[in-house]
Design a protein around this ligand. Structure first.
Ligand code: ADP
Ligand code: MG
Ligand code: MG
Length: 242
């Protein structure tokens, strides 16, 4: 079943064209990896799919579950089941992580989660991510270490349970143990009904996950698509050969 289809996508930032015709199709049950050197447009692609207003789609179409979402705002796309985790998650002072997640869940599902059920789910997911329970009462990401911020992104992913998750370098700045925990979180999230697009430079994040496609971005286009072996090649040889 097709979740995402991106057709001839052109994206500009401040009138500079960054993406110059991206085609990408993601079906339920698939894991896609986007690679490419710094500044090649990986975050731009994810932001454009999430309708971040800084990124202008100047040409092309984005479909989700067969529906044209090119003109939908971010909140509508989130409600449709698209999620993005940021490369540098922001701190939100004054909003507790637990409340934030409950609010986000209510907004995405359109109904109030039962407090008991929600708290139970939150506790379970936090345990799995080895995030101490007290973090639910802390302000979102305020004073969190890099690793804790990434874990709170994965916590959001697990609580919201989107159909399509886009994870932008969720492993950057993490120590080996944290990478494993985040990787495990992604693995537990995955099912035949959802899909994930991961931006990463490292094999390790996906070591125990079946990767279906690896795409390499260059000059605003997907220059190369292959299977998981491409990740190893890039980790060994870099991007020079692309
Ligand atoms: P990647 O994630 O692959 O490292 P990005 O998508 O972040 O690359 O950036 C691609 C290009 O677009 C870079 O040249 C970057 O400077 C530019 N760019 C991306 N986002 C912005 C922004 N918000 N403002 C200005 N330039 C941006
Ligand atoms: Mg699969
Ligand atoms: Mg980036």
């Amino acid at each position: 079943k097709e979740l995402l289809k991106v057709e001839n996508l052109h994206v500009s930032v401040d009138d500079t064209e960054i993406l110059k015709g991206i085609d990408l199709k993601v079906n339920a049950g698939e894991v896609h990896v986007i690679m490419g050197s710094n500044g090649s447009g990986k975050s731009t692609l994810m932001n454009a799919i999430m309708a971040n207003p800084i990124y202008d789609v100047t040409e092309g179409k984005i479909y989700f579950e067969g529906e044209d979402i090119t003109d939908l705002t971010t909140d509508k796309r989130a409600k449709a089941g698209i999620f993005m985790s940021f490369q540098s998650p922001d701190a939100i002072s004054g909003v507790r992580l637990g409340d934030f997640l409950k609010q986000a869940k209510e907004e995405v599902t359109g109904k109030k989660p039962s407090i008991l059920g929600f708290n139970k789910e939150l506790k379970k997911e936090m345990e799995e991510l080895k995030l101490s329970e007290e973090y639910a009462y802390r302000y979102v990401n305020v004073g969190f270490s890099g690793g804790e911020r990434k874990k709170s992104e994965i916590l959001q992913l697990k609580i919201l349970n989107p159909k399509l998750a886009m994870l932008d370098e969720t492993d950057s700045g993490l120590d080996v143990d944290a990478v494993r925990i985040v990787s495990e979180g992604i693995k537990n999230y995955l099912s035949e009904d959802n899909a994930v697009i991961v931006v990463t430079h490292h094999n390790e994040l996906l070591a125990n996950i079946d990767v279906d496609y690896v795409h390499v971005l260059k000059d605003g286009k997907i220059k190369y698509t292959s299977d998981a072996s491409l990740m190893e090649k890039i980790e060994k040889e870099g991007y020079e050969w692309v």
